[in-house]
Ligand binder design. Structure first.
Ligand SMILES: Cc1cc2nc3c(=O)[nH]c(=O)nc-3n(C[C@H](O)[C@H](O)[C@H](O)COP(=O)(O)OP(=O)(O)OC[C@H]3O[C@@H](n4cnc5c(N)ncnc54)[C@H](O)[C@@H]3O)c2cc1C
Length: 484
């Protein structure tokens, strides 16, 4: 991603070093809508992208069993209801909810209704009528996406060198990284180094000694077992996250297979038990041996140190509960482009980069903790422990404010919208005791009519949309005909 983007925009010579012998982590298949901005910036056609990466559409994430066994809710992209006057929608919903006159929150979100119905469609605004709001992301095969971007990058002049980095040379005066030394003895000099070496964090962590801030006391899962299986079951336009005894299972439908994994806490479950649970809950036959991956949740204390900036797992890791890792890479790349240094890296620029990155990571961290801290699985040791976690003050403030007033304050440019926070808080069982009294100003009949209108419109719009599989096939066929 970085090589492709820098080749497209920076005008610099870009060298990409990677080692097939070491390989990649080989997981990471679910995304959030921001990836469309990234692909659009590179000029990658959507049909081509979905064809090449065997991708599917994603409208939401389902959280199954998180608020209690048998309970399920979606965190759907897109809006929930619409604001009225000065107030966000949830205050009107809370007023009707308090008297039992509201439908579940999900009925007011078109993405939710469409996802549950297995539908997908692009919309265009009609004269005098805005287009229905259905934002989407993708599930895709990350290895195929990497291959697509590799060709893109090489076509634009990136020099790719196959080989393992054996050591790193530093400038004796400045301490900056001066060159990479490969196992065959060749040296690669550079001005700015992007450390994309995965969990090892070879340049930023090992060579420059930037410490790792461990967040596992807040997010205690530390292991994942992953296995692809043959397609089967629903071809759903959403990711599933199913709570299990000591963690959760993901299900990501692609065109040719389903990506599955089980994220769990090793203190409460062995890898063998986690693997058995995963293999016992697949929609089709496994297509490979299960792979166990260990991780520590947290981030490097600084993402950019001296002339080296970490991207991806080299900069830290948060479990894929809200599909945020690929986004974090893309957002760091976007930030780098905005702050691209000349020959010298100004400390103030680097500090601003680090400040923005930390803010983004920490707000995502809080959002993930929310799912665990507000779980409803009482009587299960792992989940009981999670409910007892002393969450960061920033998250406590958000939950308490919502509980007391129905308000959600989205901080600056934090990734998740107030609508996302709303769906997860309500989905996890946090329902406010109060709402803004301005909502009482609306006559009762007007409120009922407004709520009913949204529900009816969502149902009708979703019913008019294409089946996910048909829509996908038509788009891919169209892109194939255009390429031919
Ligand atoms: C269990 C799990 C599930 C995930 N699910 C999702 C998801 O659904 N959505 C999402 O957005 N993200 C997800 N992620 C994160 C996602 O997989 C990563 O962010 C993404 O794949 C990028 O990885 P990376 O490039 O940082 O590291 P890697 O894939 O590990 O790549 C490291 C690269 O560095 C090279 N390298 C390492 N050492 C050397 C060396 N000495 N010399 C030369 N080259 C070297 C390797 O060859 C490789 O090319 C998941 C991660 C895990 C662990």
């Amino acid at each position: 991603m970085a090589a492709a983007t820098l080749a497209r925009f920076s005008g610099r010579k870009i060298i990409l070093v990677e080692s097939e012998a070491i390989g990649t982590v080989g997981v990471g298949e679910a995304t959030i809508p921001q990836i469309r901005l990234f692909n659009a910036a590179l000029g990658i056609n959507e049909g081509t992208f979905l064809r090449e990466t065997k991708g599917t559409f994603k409208l939401a994430i389902e959280f199954d069993g998180w608020s209690g066994e048998g309970e399920s809710y979606l965190h759907a992209f897109g809006s929930v209801g619409h604001p009225s006057g000065v107030l966000p929608f949830q205050h009107y919903w809370l007023r009707a909810h308090a008297t039992g006159e509201a439908e579940p929150l999900s009925a007011y979100c078109l993405n939710d209704v469409a996802a549950r119905a297995g539908k997908m469609q692009f919309f265009q605004a009609q004269p005098g009528q805005p287009a229905p709001d259905v934002p989407w992301a993708y599930h895709f095969d990350a290895g195929l996406y990497a291959a697509l971007l590799r060709s893109y990058a090489e076509e634009r002049g990136v020099e790719r060198i196959e080989g393992a980095i054996a050591s790193v040379k530093r400038d004796t005066e400045s301490g900056d990284i001066a060159a990479l030394v490969l196992e065959d003895g060749s040296q690669i000099e550079g001005g700015l180094f992007l450390d994309c070496t995965g969990f090892r964090s070879l340049l930023l962590g090992e060579v420059l000694g930037v410490g790792f801030e461990d967040w596992s006391h807040w997010l205690p899962c530390d292991t994942a077992v992953a296995v692809p299986c043959a397609p089967g079951g629903d071809f759903a336009p959403y990711t599933r996250s199913i709570a299990r005894k000591a963690g959760w299972q993901w299900r990501i439908p692609l065109q040719h297979r389903i990506g599955n994994g089980h994220v769990f806490c090793s203190e409460f479950m062995s890898a063998d038990e986690a693997t058995d649970i995963l293999l016992g809950n697949l929609d089709g036959s496994p297509q490979a041996d299960p792979r166990v991956l260990q991780f520590t949740t947290g981030m490097r204390e600084r993402q950019w140190e001296r002339n080296c900036l970490a991207l991806g797992l080299a900069g830290g890791f948060m479990e894929p509960l809200e599909s945020t890792s690929i986004h974090l890479i893309q957002s760091s790349i976007a930030r780098l482009l905005q702050m691209l240094p000349g020959a010298e890296v100004a400390p103030a620029v680097r500090e601003e980069f680090n400040r923005q990155a930390r803010f983004e990571w920490e707000r995502i961290r809080d959002f993930l903790i929310l799912h665990y801290a507000a779980n409803g699985r009482e009587g299960e040791p792992f989940w009981d422990r999670c409910r007892a976690i002393d969450v960061p003050d920033t998250l406590t403030a958000k939950i308490e404010t919502f509980r007391a007033s129905g308000n959600i304050h989205r901080e600056h440019e934090e990734l998740f919208t107030d609508q996302g926070w709303l769906q997860v808080m309500v989905g996890q069982g946090i329902v406010p005791e109060a709402y803004n009294p301005i909502a009482d100003q609306m006559p009762a009949a007007e409120l009922s009519a407004m709520l009913a209108r949204i529900v009816t419109r969502n149902k009708q719009t979703a019913a008019s949309m294409a089946e996910h599989a048909d829509f996908l096939r038509a788009l891919i066929d169209h892109s194939q005909r255009k390429t031919a």
